[in-house]
Write a protein that binds this ligand. Structure first.
Ligand SMILES: [Zn+2]
Length: 300
């Protein structure tokens, strides 16, 4: 299997183009990941190398997952289309991601991140496409843009032309500080679909709330109407995402559009076993089947 949702974590160094706010670095998530993985936060280069080595190691040891799409994370851009460093809590640069993939022996596939609101979005897309990006990941809630905005039409058409899917976060976001949770609605992705892009809605359209799953109707409709609409199963084993499983089971046609994804290294408190295998087994136990073919969706 291919895991379409593997996060790269990286501390900023002089050369890697990454950013991490003091809030994030001092926050519970960073501490938990660092503690769990034994990363030396005061030695960024070494911590970054350990993180990547460990992903590769765990993937090699997995009996289920052969390759993973490693995701960068773009930042927040101002009205002038320039990076707003002061408001960006976390930025994992495309170059750091490409470097990590380059030393993975083909196990990690490049998942670039481009905020379509940046003024060089189309140029960056050309650059990432030329370097072999298999998808573009966005997190509208934290990157502060509305995927439905008309001004992104050219960006979506370019994705369609390159046949590079857009992987977008769905639901509320807790890991990276979010500014606008409303943009995590899958309805906002219809513009990209309309312009011909392939779309992968993360977390199987779950809301991120423990009780309510308001996106089920939209999910079922998009599966019915849009042959280029897919989802991933990342983070579905978290308590605030697992509620979507019974809706997927009730609409088995959605399984044909579901790609395997873990959201590694989240959840951070994986029990001792292999995190990729553990996620695959948990999905099976939930009766959730990832029936979409990642190789054809990612055009590998
Ligand atoms: Zn994720």
């Amino acid at each position: 299997m291919i895991d379409v949702h593997v996060h790269l974590a990286a501390l900023p160094t002089k050369a890697n183009g990454c950013l991490l706010s003091k809030d994030m670095l001092g926050g519970a998530l960073a501490k938990l990941v660092a503690w769990h993985q034994g990363l030396p936060l005061d030695e960024p280069e070494r911590a970054n190398a350990i993180f990547v080595d460990r992903v590769i190691e765990k993937m090699k040891a997995s009996t289920r997952v052969e390759k993973g799409v490693l995701l960068a994370l773009d930042g927040i851009y101002g009205d002038d289309g320039r990076l707003d460093e002061a408001r960006t809590h976390m930025l994992i640069s495309n170059d750091a991601m490409f470097d990590a993939c380059a030393r993975s022996g083909g196990r990690l596939l490049p998942g670039a991140s481009i905020n379509p609101a940046r003024r060089d979005a189309l140029d960056e897309l050309e650059r990432c496409a030329a370097r072999g990006a298999v998808l573009i990941k966005v997190l509208p809630n934290a990157q502060v843009f509305d995927p439905a905005a008309k001004r992104f039409t050219a960006f979506y058409r370019a994705l369609a032309r390159h046949k590079i899917p857009l992987l977008s976060h769905i639901g509320v976001e807790y890991s990276v500080k979010a500014r606008d949770q409303a943009v995590g609605n899958p309805e906002r992705l219809e513009r990209a679909l309309k312009e011909g892009a392939t779309v992968i809605a993360a977390h199987a359209c779950s809301s991120g709330h423990v009780i309510s799953q308001p996106h089920v109707e939209t999910m079922v409709r998009l599966v019915r109407e849009q042959p280029r609409f897919f989802m991933d199963a990342s983070a579905l084993t978290l308590p605030n995402r697992v509620g979507i499983a019974r809706h997927l089971r009730r609409h088995p046609e959605t399984f044909e559009r579901l790609l395997f994804g873990s959201d590694y290294p989240l959840p951070v408190l994986w029990p001792g076993s292999n995190p990729f295998d553990r996620h695959a087994a948990a999905l099976e136990a939930l009766g959730v089947r990832c029936g979409a073919d990642a190789k054809s969706v990612l055009r590998l």
